[in-house]
Design a protein around this ligand. Sequence first.
Ligand code: MTE
Length: 324
Amino acid sequence: MNIIHRPEWIIPEREATSEEVFFNRRRFMKGLGAVGLGLAAGGPAMMNSAFAQDSKDPTLGLYPAKQNAEFTLKRAITPESVTSVYNNFYEFGSHKRISGAAQALNIRPWAITIDGMVDNPQTIDFDDLVRKMPLQERLYRHRCVEAWAMAVPWTGFPLSELVKYAGPQSGAKYVRFETFQDSDVASGQRQFWYPWPYVEGVTMDEAMNEMAFIATGIYGKPLLKQYGAPIRLVLPWKYGFKSIKSIVKITLTDQRPVGFWETIGPSEYGFWANVNPDVPHARWSQASERLLGTDERVPTQLYNGYEKQVAHLYKNVKGQNLYR
Ligand code: MTE
């Protein structure tokens, strides 16, 4: 693999911002009115403890699911010991070490509302929904807009199956997703300057694409809370902020959803957010990525390596930035 020289904006793990310094910086940024552009600012510090699976999880028996041989990888899988303690989940803090705080999230019972332009609007319990879906394991790359990357075995089902289950009406053009809101357990949601709840959306064509996936598990087990338990989106050809966690509401609509990050910084984080090494973020290059758990930097690939599967979705989209 090609190792790329570190551009100036990359800092080695050992020099990463400590939490204290980071929070002081955030207060400073807030004072400047520059809040919300912090997606890239969190220091990638690591914790050593992973978290045990809940032995009472009622879906434990569904895992591991059979691997779908069409979705494998040439890249090595990133160890769970790395990915379970390095997460973006702003509901629990605007840094990477949220795995401890995320354990406060109560994921049972977990109701999911399906509404909007659908024939079968309903509120369904997660444990019922997951049993109606064709669970399978897929190995996917994940590329964060902050230029770190991982490769993980998700378990879940195609988003298209959920859309079909909802019974989409002909006027529906987008699928909008919403995360829980409960500032009693999610201290990040007490940071009033963020536009809670976290929202994301995709077009119907994107939702029906074979790559769009709903994850309920990872590493052959139900999702740990820090990954967005019990149910999250996975869109491997887009920057990671599109892959919304801990979903409570799915709405089919004819209005283009405005995502959490798009609301905060539309010139930096847009609706499309497709991975492209040649289109830099407003403040840093996207040409390469750091593989979590290694010192390796590798070139980023167009659509994160999924060009064949998704490029056709965008051939008629004109006059918009597809890559932010
Ligand atoms: N979903 C919610 N609700 N809140 C978040 O802060 N962060 C996003 C995405 N989904 C986020 C979210 C970002 S920026 C990334 S890179 C991925 O989750 C990180 O997923 P991981 O922690 O499982 O690696």
